[in-house]
Design a protein around this ligand. Structure first.
Ligand code: DC
Length: 234
């Protein structure tokens, strides 16, 4: 049978991309980090000086979207997929907290979403893809065979994110990280276009008490059941 589509949505910093990458590696599927694409647009707009104190002029953003190309390439030495903005590798820069702070506002702009959703649908049109984000199961691939919705307690998510940032040498407090996460979740859930929500047919995985391996086992079990079910119907 042909390869399936796996959509992974959920709140900020609850292990979506870790899980998505591991599933993709196990199944030999393509992994697409849709959040990286919103981050790349945000970086572009900030570099152009089009976001000032969090404010932007929507017409300018729409004009700028025509000049942006976003893609991914595989870095074999790092064994990871890296984000390209107009052909330049921006994988590192888009993870910077100054981008994280502004990305929710940029991702609420309908023309930005229109363009990125079209690219995402094109990337996944043949199946064999694991994509993570906020609207993958609801908007990008509403017919995905597997939809997972990841959650974890705010404390756990903040602690994991804090540990990651400290390991990268960022100077930030746990309270700031927690506030930032909660703010981003609020904006992502309350925007008018494609807000973050669990698709009706998504399966929720709360990984507060799960480690990476346990989370992967749960997901792979669900996926193999689905693949079997699909094959028996074929
Ligand atoms: O997954 P992430 O934290 O890198 O995503 C960055 C932001 O991009 C997130 O706060 C909301 C937005 N986003 C979105 O609106 N839709 C997606 N499919 C993925 C991310």
């Amino acid at each position: 049978m042909s390869e399936i589509t796996i959509a992974i949505d959920g709140y900020s910093s609850c292990g979506k991309s870790t899980l998505a990458k591991e599933i993709a590696a196990k199944l030999n599927y393509i992994y697409v980090d849709s959040g990286a694409m919103y981050r790349a647009v945000t970086l572009h707009l900030m570099n152009k000086g089009l976001i000032k104190d969090g404010h932007f002029i929507e017409e300018q953003v729409i004009e700028e979207m025509k000049k942006i190309t976003i893609g991914f390439h595989h870095n074999p030495s790092e064994k990871r997929s890296e984000t390209l903005l107009n052909g330049v590798n921006v994988e590192q820069e888009i993870r910077n907290p100054r981008i994280t702070k502004r990305v929710s506002a940029v991702s609420a702009i309908s023309k930005v979403r229109e363009k990125l959703v079209a690219i995402q649908q094109e990337m996944g049109k043949e199946g064999g893809v694991v994509m993570d984000g906020r609207d993958i199961g609801t908007v990008v691939f509403p017919n995905a065979e597997i939809k997972l919705f990841m959650t974890a307690s705010n404390e756990t998510r903040a602690q994991r994110r804090y540990d990651e940032l400290i390991a990268k040498g960022e100077k930030i407090s746990l309270t700031e990280v927690k506030k930032g996460l909660e703010r981003r979740d609020y904006l992502d859930m309350n925007r008018s276009i494609s807000p973050l929500k669990k698709a009706a047919d998504a399966i929720e995985i709360d990984n507060t008490e799960l480690d990476r391996e346990q989370q992967l086992d749960v997901a792979l079990q669900l996926i193999s059941e689905k693949i079997k079910e699909q094959s028996s119907l074929a």
